[in-house]
Design a protein. Structure first.
Lengths: 205, 219
């Protein structure tokens, strides 16, 4: 048997509805605040991209100069060759011993194979490679490759996210300003704001 | 009655919010797959900040990691200080050019690394905002998904019982069964200190019901 009348149930539903609507509205306000924060993050990201591009250009320029100088040096690498080869014959055993000691102490796995590989590597290498800091140049080129890969991966992720967020914040009520109570403009005619994550050109595309 | 948000005009609640839940989750997946894999790390730049792990890897990979130890061998150091200018003056000039451009390249590589780390931090922050978006808003979107028709009530009380009408209700407590939009029935029990005549009664009921609903969503 119902404890309260139908009218009372309706009054309670009306009261409860007011509370739920208030909570929904609060969530919408939160949503808008998060949207603003995401826009700031995105502005920050764009400026970082600009700085990255600038640093990349300077890095590539310095790498090109390095490789040019290396090529020119290689063209006349027989100079001082005897001196270097004599030193190299004494450098190799020390290098091998130091490296294998490090490897056994720190890397702990399979130093036998690494030892043979190192022997072969040193016999195939020339002291000239050491003299021109070839190892540092190769490290930089490897870093360069990895950095490009890392940025591409991040950019790819971000572009996916931004197109989803564009849709989320563009095609829903975010693209409309709250209407004042006197004038009612149909949603379709509200001026479409530049899209969320990209400049206007994205809209043009 | 603020539904459906007169300030935003007439479209109904479900149309506005139904797709949010999926979009937010899609964005989270797009963002997070990359960053939570163990392989996502940054290239180390030079020997001094290479941790042992990467040196071991380099030694295993192609032995060049061993050349980084040339500083520990006197004869190898002597190779680096061989001066060829007597036989070929241009050599030394070229070598100086190479070393200065090499240092510049290392400097900009280091700067680039730092910028990449900042960029990744920015992505993490955006990812955290997406998570916040999800926590703050998915429940609204899910409720919109439940809404089959435009009912004027977003909270619909269907039953109210106390111990006298339902012995399973503890003495002094009030049991309220309700629906949020077209959700499954939610049962809320209100303790004696908030009686049905208390103006806060329905706020307490609605608050508990929403907590229950959001908790259920998280699970």
């Amino acid at each position: 048997e119902q404890e309260v009348s139908e009218r009372e149930l309706q009054e309670m539903s009306t009261e409860g509805t007011k509370y739920v609507n208030k909570e929904v509205k609060n969530s919408l306000k939160e949503l808008k605040q998060i949207k603003t924060l995401m826009e700031h993050k995105n502005d920050e990201r764009k400026s970082l991209l600009g700085n990255l591009e600038e640093a990349r250009k300077k890095k590539e320029e310095a790498l090109t100069d390095t490789k040019d100088a290396e090529m020119k040096l290689k063209a006349s690498q027989e100079v001082c060759n005897e001196t270097m080869m004599a030193l190299w014959e004494e450098c190799k055993p020390c290098l091998k011993q130091t490296c294998m000691k490090f490897y056994a102490r720190v890397c702990r796995s399979g130093s036998g194979l690494v030892g043979r590989q190192l022997e072969e590597f040193l016999n195939q290498s020339s002291p000239f490679y050491l003299w021109i800091n070839g190892d540092r140049i190769d490290s930089l080129l490897e870093n360069d490759r990895q950095q490009n890969h890392v940025l591409d991966a991040m950019e790819d992720r971000f572009n996916r996210v931004s197109s989803i967020m564009d849709d989320l914040f563009q095609d829903s009520f975010f693209s409309r300003e709250p209407l004042d109570t006197f004038h009612f403009s149909p949603f379709g005619s509200s001026p479409r704001r530049p899209s969320f994550f990209h400049s206007k050109s994205r809209l043009a595309r | 009655n603020i539904m459906p948000f007169p300030m935003f005009g007439p479209p109904n609640f479900p149309d506005m919010f139904q797709s949010f839940f999926d979009m937010i989750h899609q964005a989270q997946q797009a963002m997070d797959v990359q960053f939570h894999r163990p392989s996502f790390h940054f290239p180390e730049l030079s020997a001094e900040n290479n941790d042992s792990r990467s040196v071991c890897k380099e030694i295993r990979h192609n032995s060049t990691g061993c050349l980084k130890m040339k500083d520990q061998c006197a004869k190898c150091q002597e190779i680096l200080s061989v001066d060829c200018s007597a036989t070929n003056p241009a050599q030394n000039q070229l070598r100086q050019e190479l070393n200065s451009s090499l240092q510049l390249a290392e400097k900009f590589t280091e700067l680039y690394d730092e910028l990449l780390q900042s960029y990744q931090q920015n992505m993490f922050n955006t990812s955290a905002l997406l998570k916040q978006l999800d926590e703050q808003f998915s429940w609204v979107s899910q409720l919109a998904n439940l809404t089959q028709n435009e009912d004027q009530y977003s909270l619909h009380v269907t039953t109210v019982a106390s111990h006298s009408s339902d012995s399973s209700v503890p003495n002094g407590f009030t049991k309220v069964v309700l629906k949020l939009f077209d959700s499954d029935p939610i049962t809320v029990t209100v303790p004696a200190d908030v009686s049905r005549n208390n103006p806060k009664f329905m706020e307490t009921v609605a608050e508990k019901a929403l907590q229950e609903y959001r908790q259920h969503l998280r699970e």
